[in-house]
Design a protein around this ligand. Structure first.
Ligand SMILES: *Cc1c(COP(=O)(O)O)cnc(C)c1O
Length: 400
């Protein structure tokens, strides 16, 4: 990549996505499930840029959405409604209604109350809503507590017994069609054996439901496949992941649905920032950049590690923290990293920033959100322009 040219053309902070890398990640996962009918539903929340979604739709991907806004985004990007699923613990009536009207593949319901509301809404629309139930298999995904979702103490999903009650209720209803079963136990799993463990628990329920004549067609294993952020980390084997899941489904005629977010985009993205200056507080060295926690909150929120490298800068290195200009001590992009001496205008690349980077960005401190560019076939193009001050104040202006 020619970072200097990109910084000149598009300014910094700048998100850069390698579309060829996104394609190859999607294809790698898809091919692991080729022995079966499968649908890879990209988790929109990881990176919801319309051009990213359009690229994935062109490859045949489906989309896992967690708000009606994401459903609209996926459809706007050209998704086939029958490849869109809607998950989430707090869907409102209006969201459920619109999702049913748009004819999506299914809604993943997360409580008895939600299935009752969904039925009432489908009835009012005079139609049948396709649903799936999110089961909480009570399996420890062994990941960061904020991104662990498959334990009974987490807010997500319902117990096996509650799931059965929901399926029996749905089967009896004229306005519901239970077509799927779903679980998602956590994110950034470098060991996918907990997913296989969950699959075997949920596959047992699937067999019981089939015996009760509930015709489940989709077995949705959620997302969570981890990626390498640190050199010491190893990505899980996709072969073991897929084969482990498929082995739990022997004799069952179901389409496997998988909802990867991070896996598809994390390592296809980088955040390019410019150094504003250096500062020494006692023995502590700080490199201050124009990128901050409002652009990339993962380090502040989860103490997540992102590799940071200097562009075209050699020489002796020393340890420093890479921080932004925001008025929070939690505003850092990296801690205790070795970098050469830097001066104003030098460029740094924050690696592995394609997932939960821009998507979690904000206007905190009245900072406009960064621009985003795609690199595809050796060409770079803008896919979201930088927010201006006028953009940031646009919704308040008329009231003063
Ligand atoms: C967030 C989420 C995903 C994607 O998780 P990744 O770790 O990015 O793969 C998939 N399914 C559901 C229901 C989610 O909430």
């Amino acid at each position: 990549m020619n970072y200097k040219q990109m910084a000149n053309e598009f300014q910094t902070p700048l998100y850069i996505y390698d579309f060829d890398a996104i394609k190859s990640r999607y294809n790698a996962l898809k091919s692991e499930f080729s022995a079966r009918k499968s649908l890879i539903c990209y988790a929109v929340k990881a990176n919801s840029n319309l051009s990213v979604l359009k690229l994935l739709a062109s490859l045949g991907a489906g989309f896992d959405c967690v708000s009606i806004g994401e459903v609209r985004r996926a459809l706007l990007a050209g998704a086939n409604p029958y490849h869109v699923i809607f998950s989430g613990v707090g869907k409102t009536d209006a969201e459920i209604k619109e999702a049913i009207e748009k004819g999506i593949l299914f809604l993943n319901v997360e409580s008895f109350g939600e299935v009752e509301r969904t039925e009432a809404i489908a009835k009012a629309l005079g139609t049948k809503a396709r649903i799936s139930v999110r089961v909480n298999p009570n399996v420890d995904a062994k990941t960061h507590p904020y991104i662990s979702t498959g334990l009974a103490k987490n807010k997500f999903g319902v117990s096996i017994d509650e799931a059965k009650r929901i399926y029996i209720f749905a089967k009896k209803s004229e306005f519901l069609e239970p077509v799927g079963i779903h679980f998602h136990i956590g994110s950034q799993l470098l060991d996918t054996s907990p997913v296989v463990e969950a699959a075997s628990i949920v596959a047992k329920l699937l067999r019981e439901l089939k015996a009760l004549d509930v015709d489940i067609k989709f077995f949705d294993i959620g997302g969570g496949v981890g990626v390498r952020y640190e050199k010491s980390e190893n990505e899980p084997s996709l072969y073991d992941y897929a084969q482990g899941v498929l082995a739990t489904l022997s004799g069952q005629d179901v389409t496997v649905v998988c909802e990867p977010g991070r896996f598809v985009v994390a390592n296809a993205g980088e955040l390019l920032v410019s150094v504003v200056g250096e500062k020494q507080n006692g023995t502590k060295r700080f490199v201050i950049t124009d990128g901050a926690m409002n652009d990339l909150i993962r380090p502040s929120l989860y103490e997540a590690f992102h590799e940071v490298v200097a562009v075209e800068k050699d020489g002796e290195t020393s340890v420093c923290d890479v921080v932004g200009p925001i008025c929070e001590s939690g505003d850092f992009l990296a801690k205790d990293v070795a970098l050469p001496n830097l001066k104003s205008g030098d460029l740094l690349v924050v690696k592995s920033a394609g997932a939960y980077g821009f998507a979690m960005s904000s206007n905190y401190n009245t900072r406009g959100r960064a621009a985003e560019v795609a690199v595809e076939d050796g060409k770079t193009r803008l896919i979201r322009r930088r927010e201006t001050f006028e953009d940031v104040v646009a919704l308040e202006r008329e009231f003063v």
